[in-house]
Write a protein that binds this ligand. Structure first.
Ligand SMILES: Cc1cc2nc3c(=O)[nH]c(=O)nc-3n(C[C@H](O)[C@H](O)[C@H](O)COP(=O)(O)OP(=O)(O)OC[C@H]3O[C@@H](n4cnc5c(N)ncnc54)[C@H](O)[C@@H]3O)c2cc1C
Length: 511
């Protein structure tokens, strides 16, 4: 019987990133997908700044930035004319090395992840479907259907359900998936076209309760139209053709379609699974949460799930932590998923609300308010922080402790840079590490050395204060770069106690 450390079901972005991270950490993975080839349609477009920050650990960030398209501005249209232009090219300046909106279609993104996975000697097993599984104390025993139709029984220490919204893993676990389905039907179309909206920027039509956006793709005249339809057309979504919806884009945003490359309709649900873990089986990505694509959060959240789980699974499998560490995956990720689904639901409901009042808000008030809001750095910064996922944090959760400066245990480490350097540089290595901004004690230096815990001491500079970091003290960082401890003293016993309490032995790992 084949045996792997982790059996990953589903080679969408979530499964591929999990496989990459685990492979980098020396864990034996097997990744299967029931389809014969990777997806060829663009689907999710936005790669958020937080994803790019974390991609530095896999040396992927530069490749994504190079292959993708940086959006310079978002334009809002009313009655056939642009009314507001919101510059986006450096919208998060000073907050992250990736202070812009990056568009990189999901099919190209998946191909990049697959190529990178192959450098670790791992190939996605295609035409291989998970039919069911059971847990037998120390193992998962799974039944697979192989490309030749034969069945295989295989064994794994853990099962990762990255198998999308209709997840068989979730169904086998009998985990509830409460929520609802939007009455609108979404359509997506990749087109070759021309007109004023084909200038490499993002365009959003505020005219009607049905939503319409034109997203630029890399390449001259290439764009993605995303829209919704309701009324009687939504009841016959399967029969909806591009001709039925394209007239609106043509009328409202003066799009001249030259070629249609891909058109699809789909219904969107807003749901979060009741649990993200049952015993040795985990749910990640769309298998665990689905919501409106407005805001470009779905794929990025799945990738975030994968990174959160990867280091924990690797630690437990390599003897670097007790199995209780795995319970923190659900605690940390379900809280964010619930908040995200509630937020995207509120935004989407507002944007697509019907009635005279809603129309007035969109077509009169929004064009007036948006430029005002855009002119305030604080409102621009708030929007960027939220959408880019750099404010996502695990404050108040079991693995998070203390406060130093403006940084709490559970926060993303703030980015601080100036002519002398960048405090994110050491984060490329996915290991536990300690950062000190200012001075530390001899005891701390000796203790970290003795325990092989990387210690990075940065001479105090104004850039650290601007970023909200505390002087002296220390930050213990997890392998996924979130702050475990934010502490004002320089006593290494605080670290020793933390590791003891959580059953973590980070220095005795096999990788
Ligand atoms: C038409 C369309 C347009 C979209 N547009 C956007 C957008 O504009 N913005 C946005 O953020 N999101 C968008 N999404 C959603 C986005 O694509 C998902 O959030 C993202 O793909 C989730 O990644 P995932 O890896 O979790 O799941 P998926 O990408 O769904 O991957 C799951 C994989 O599991 C495999 N699988 C399923 N069951 C089994 C089994 N039993 N055995 C083996 N393999 C199995 C499937 O073949 C699939 O490859 C869109 C989705 C669709 C369908």
């Amino acid at each position: 019987m084949q045996r792997s450390d982790v059996l990953i079901t589903g080679a969408g972005p979530t499964g591929l990133v999990l496989a990459l991270w685990l492979s980098k950490l020396g864990i034996r993975v097997r990744i299967i997908d029931k389809t014969s080839a990777p997806g060829t349609t663009s689907r999710a477009l936005a790669v958020q700044a937080r994803t790019l920050e974390l991609y530095r650990q896999l040396d992927l960030a530069d490749a994504v930035v190079k292959k993708g398209h940086r959006v310079a501005a978002a334009n809002f249209w009313v009655k056939g004319a642009p009314v507001t232009r919101l510059p986006l090219s450096r919208v998060g300046e000073g907050l992250t090395p990736y202070a812009f909106l990056e568009i990189f279609p999901q099919d190209e993104h998946e191909r990049l992840l697959i190529d990178r996975l192959e450098t670790f000697g791992i190939t996605v097993e295609r035409n291989t479907e998970l039919l069911g599984f059971e847990e037998t104390g120390d193992d998962i025993i799974a039944t697979l259907r192989l490309p030749d139709g034969q069945q295989e029984i295989c064994q794994a220490c853990y099962l990762a359900g990255c198998d999308g919204a209709r997840s068989i893993v979730r169904k086998t676990l009998d985990t509830g998936f409460p929520g609802g389905t939007y009455q609108q039907v979404f359509y997506v179309a990749d087109v070759q076209a021309s007109g004023p909206t084909f200038n490499g920027e993002l365009h959003l039509d505020l005219d009607e309760a049905d939503f319409l956006a034109v997203f630029p793709l890399a390449g001259e005249g290439r764009a993605r139209l995303i829209g919704t339809v309701r009324d009687e057309r939504a009841e016959h979504a399967e029969g909806l053709r591009f001709e039925d919806v394209s007239s609106r884009a043509i009328e409202h945003m003066k799009v001249k379609i030259e070629q249609l490359n891909w058109f699809s309709t789909y219904r969107v649900h807003h749901r979060v699974a009741d649990h993200f873990r049952t015993g040795r089986a985990f749910l990640l990505g769309d298998a665990a949460h689905v919501h409106s694509p407005a805001g470009g959060q779905g794929m990025n959240t799945g990738i975030g799930d994968a990174i959160n789980l990867a280091w924990k699974l690797a630690a437990v499998l390599s003897g670097g932590a007790e199995a209780k560490l795995l319970a923190t995956y659900e605690t940390e990720r379900i809280a964010f998923a619930r908040k995200l689904v509630a937020t995207t639901d509120r935004v989407f409901t507002f944007v697509t609300a019907e009635g005279r009042m809603a129309d007035l808000l969109r077509t009169r008030l929004a064009p007036f308010l948006l430029p005002k809001m855009a002119s305030f750095e604080t409102s621009r910064e708030f929007l960027f922080r939220t959408v880019s996922q750099i404010t996502l944090n695990y404050r108040g959760m079991p693995l998070s402790r203390g406060v130093a400066g403006h940084v709490h245990g559970g926060d993303r480490l703030p980015w601080a840079h100036d002519g002398e350097g960048d405090n994110f540089e050491p984060l490329k290595c996915p290991t536990w590490q300690v950062h000190v901004y200012g001075d530390t004690s001899d005891e701390m230096i000796a203790w970290c050395h003795e325990h092989h815990l990387p210690l990075h001491v940065f001479d105090w500079r104004p850039a650290f204060e601007t970023a909200g970091l505390g002087r002296n003290g220390f930050y213990l960082l997890r392998p996924d770069t979130y702050v475990a401890i934010a502490e004002t003293c320089s006593d290494p016993k605080v670290i020793a106690r933390y590791f003891r309490d959580h059953g973590i032995r980070p220095f005795f790992g096999r990788s």
